[in-house]
Design a protein around this ligand. Structure first.
Ligand SMILES: Nc1ncnc2c1ncn2[C@@H]1O[C@H](COP(=O)(O)OP(=O)(O)OP(=O)(O)O)[C@@H](O)[C@H]1O
Ligand SMILES: [Mg+2]
Length: 303
């Protein structure tokens, strides 16, 4: 596995703030810069998978069970519970290529139709809070990264917490948080950052097997930054911005938090383009933000 691969999750426990849209846009803009990108859909609703599979000319409902992330979890959960001596290998066919005019990237779909609606949330309930289960995703991803070179792995996280998302936090190198600026979302962002920190501490600092967990998962994921979505032209956001900054400084370790000055506006073209699996051609908000994320990554690495 290449040490250069950056694993980044996009998350916020608040729903509908543009997480999935952001992943789709980042993937395209990074791919257009000749970066090799793999997208993972960890949302049980599988909306990103639905978009990508559809715009690849197929239907998520008809995707073979064997080609989903659900299959990877299902089989691993089964072996851990019943057949510990079985060593599983997964086929390259789980990774799909998303090809459009001028760019391409890979993705691994999850499906809410797997085995008669056994979504990732149901599979997560079958897992136990032990290293065996928490290592399922990383073991699988490591095997994928052993065989394929990627510059970036982007993970679309659901607005909820379960053992699958927790394992994604632990294995990731970085994360970004999209948020809306409505005054009451600030506490949610602070809570999310604290949850990531606490999750890392719970397994890699305070558990009985913290040495092993830390060796296996590596360092705590770093927050690349927080960015604002659904910005409307006529609205004055000064008070809400101040509230967000103040809340984060008060409730989190301030030095970890970067606020992107690049904002994502509320544009119908961004939503329409997402539906057809593309970044907006009319609006370059996400392109500017992707550039800024790349600059920020360089700064973090130099620090
Ligand atoms: N900048 C934008 N301008 C207008 N519409 C947008 C924008 N970003 C996202 N949308 C639309 O808002 C809705 C929610 O966006 P999205 O699905 O990306 O949010 P999410 O955070 O992933 O939601 P969930 O928490 O349910 O996973 C979608 O219909 C999407 O097309
Ligand atoms: Mg989403």
């Amino acid at each position: 596995m290449s040490d250069d691969t950056k694993i980044i999750f996009v998350g916020n426990y608040k729903g509908g703030v543009g997480k999935t849209t952001s992943v789709l846009n980042f993937a395209e803009h990074l791919a257009k810069k000749d970066k090799k990108v793999l997208v993972l859909d960890l949302d049980p609703q599988s909306s990103l998978s639905e978009i990508l599979v559809k715009n690849n000319g197929a239907v998520l409902k008809d995707l073979e069970d064997e080609r989903t992330l659900n299959y990877v979890f299902d089989l691993n959960i089964n072996t851990i519970k019943k057949y510990k001596s079985m060593k599983l290998k997964f086929n390259r066919k789980i990774i799909q290529r998303y090809k459009k005019d001028g760019f391409q990237y890979d993705f691994i779909a999850s499906s809410l139709f797997y085995r008669d609606h056994m979504g990732l949330d149901e599979l997560a309930i079958k897992m136990e809070d032990t290293m065996e289960y928490l290592s399922i995703l990383k073991n699988y991803l490591d095997s994928v990264l052993d065989e394929n070179r990627y510059d970036f792995v982007l993970i679309d996280c659901p607005p909820s917490n379960n053992l699958i998302t927790r394992s994604a936090f632990l294995l990731s190198d970085y994360y970004v948080i999209p948020t809306i600026l409505d005054g009451i979302s600030s506490n949610g962002v602070a809570h999310y950052i604290n949850t990531i920190n606490e999750t890392y501490h719970m397994y890699c600092v305070h558990s009985n097997d913290f040495m092993l967990a830390k060796h296996y998962f590596g360092k705590k994921p770093k927050l690349i930054g927080v960015f604002c979505t659904f910005i409307r032209g006529q609205v004055n956001y000064n008070a809400a911005t101040k509230e967000l900054v103040d809340t984060l400084i008060k409730n989190c370790r301030a030095e970890e938090i970067h606020f992107f000055k690049e904002e994502i506006n509320n544009y119908i073209d961004i939503a329409r383009s997402t539906e057809i699996g593309e970044a907006s051609k009319a609006r370059n908000d996400y392109e500017l933000l992707t550039d800024s994320i790349l600059r920020r990554l360089e700064e973090i690495q130099e620090a």
